[in-house]
Design a binder for this molecule. Structure first.
Ligand code: ARG
Length: 462
């Protein structure tokens, strides 16, 4: 056990308490960001005359050497150390001696870990944004190819009105676009540097916090030292946005699972993203989509865990906050994997356009249009609704669609029916006539896709 705080103690810590308290097994992923933060801190200490230029240079060289030794496998991060901060400081002192003992001047692990989490999180938020952009490009390209791929639109999972595949996926484009914009927004709000807050009350050393913030590409320093060490709002915002991404991925996964079922056969998932059964030779299961749906609960759980951890913590730092890491890392890792795999699965998905179109012609998806036809011939909508309702009932009885009836059969329900009814309720007309903003008509969708392209090409994260 190599701890930073032995001086005040006479006894040694209980072994289980040591392990229980330690965070090195999971905070070692802060290695790079911790080194980056310490280098900036040392640079500022030297600029302020708190340490010498030589000491600063020794600290920077020492930290870089530790980093490359760990990367090359020459130095192992072990649980002999409490956390990554202790590991780095102890190794630095081993290598450069007294100068290493000065790196923690004017700093506490409380502001150090707050900085590490922000630096790490900043990179992850940017990465999530990149993955969302890839997903949006994939959706957009499928949409472009399917402006006239008709399919049933559903409400209550009952066929409702015809739409197109472009329109259906366009709904998900909007969802993931909002997710992407959320990343930009979260990044902006979290981009302030907590280093210099000390344990909780700043420090008496003449630190230049603006300078450190600038060195680390932050917008500026955080403005209250107690808040700086105990704020995890940015993590909660990020995990909440990650949960929303998972909710969207889960909904589309659910659709893909349904579309891939024997009953629908709207899509065929590529072999690369399916698995078989150990007993039933015929099976090809949509496991990736199911796992994405399943892992959504896990990410929600991570968010709940952090929210619950934070709710009872008095100012300022309390050790409870160490619990932020495993939950946050789990959410980040899960969403990273889900977004990557999901986009690949979507890009290789085969759409069975014939089945989609056939399905759209059944289930009376043109019933609303038949009622609208009568309205156009002068019948009030409520009456038209009732006429078509009776007509649908008769069709269900006969086992046919509205357009399978002859004109004379139709006239038994209303004299207003004419030869033009068949064109008015064809699948093509039903979709093409839906011309309001946001509706499925290919003419409208083309404009939406153009706007999407413009959004994607002009989007900048920072
Ligand atoms: N491992 C700790 C954490 O993640 C680092 C901060 C420790 N601070 C302290 N006062 N014990 O929160």
């Amino acid at each position: 056990m190599a701890q930073l705080w032995g001086g005040r103690f006479t006894g040694s810590i209980n072994e289980l308490a040591w392990t229980f308290n330690a965070s090195i097994t999971f905070d070692q992923r802060f290695l790079e960001v911790d080194v980056r933060g310490s280098k900036a801190h040392a640079t500022m200490l030297a600029k302020q005359g708190i340490i010498s230029e030589e000491e600063k240079d020794a600290i920077i060289c020492g930290l870089d050497a530790i980093l490359s030794d760990v990367r090359d496998g020459k130095l192992e991060i072990t649980d002999k150390y409490e956390d990554i901060h202790s590991f780095l400081e102890a190794n630095l002192i081993d290598r450069i001696g007294d100068a290493g003992k000065k790196v923690h001047t004017g700093r506490s692990r409380n502001d150090q870990v707050a900085l590490d989490m922000r630096l790490y999180c900043r990179g992850e938020v940017e990465n999530t944004a990149n993955l969302l952009e890839e997903l949006l490009k994939c959706l957009s390209s499928i949409m472009k190819d399917n402006l006239e791929t008709y399919m049933p639109g559903f409400t209550h999972l009952q066929k409702a009105q015809p739409v197109t595949l472009a329109h259906h996926l366009g709904a998900y484009f909007e969802m993931f676009k909002r997710d992407l914009l959320r990343m930009k927004d979260i990044y902006k709000r979290m981009n302030y540097c907590p280093l210099g807050a000390g344990a909780l009350a700043g420090t008496t050393y003449p630190l230049d916090r603006d300078y450190v913030a600038e060195l680390l590409d932050f917008e500026g320093p955080t403005l209250n030292s107690m808040d700086s060490v105990s704020d995890r709002d940015y993590l909660i915002e990020y995990m909440s946005a990650l949960s929303t991404i998972m909710m969207h991925l889960s909904r589309l996964s659910e659709e893909i699972i349904i579309w891939n079922s024997n009953e629908y056969r709207f899509v065929e998932i590529d072999d690369a993203y399916s698995t078989g059964s150990s007993i039933m030779p015929q099976k090809k299961n949509p496991d990736i989509a199911e796992l994405v749906r399943g892992k959504t609960g896990r990410v929600y759980g991570d968010l709940m865990s952090l929210l619950t951890t934070m709710k009872g913590i008095p100012l300022a730092y309390n050790k409870d906050m160490q619990e932020d890491k495993e939950a946050a890392f789990d959410a980040m890792d899960t969403v990273r994997n889900c977004l990557t795999l999901f986009t690949d699965m979507l890009a290789t998905l085969k759409f069975n356009k014939d089945n989609m179109e056939k399905s759209a012609t059944k289930g009376f998806t043109n019933a609303t249009d038949a009622a609208d036809y009568l309205v156009n011939k002068g019948m009030p909508f409520r009456d038209a609704h009732s006429v078509i309702g009776r007509l649908v009932l008769a069709c269900i009885d006969k086992g046919c669609a509205i357009d399978d009836l002859s004109l004379s059969e139709l006239k038994e329900f209303s004299e207003l029916f004419d030869e033009d009814i068949f064109d008015a309720i064809s699948l093509k007309t039903c979709v093409e006539k839906r011309l309001t903003v946001g509706a499925p008509s290919p003419d409208v969708m083309k404009k939406v896709i153009e706007a999407n392209d413009e959004f994607l090409s002009s989007f900048s994260f920072k």
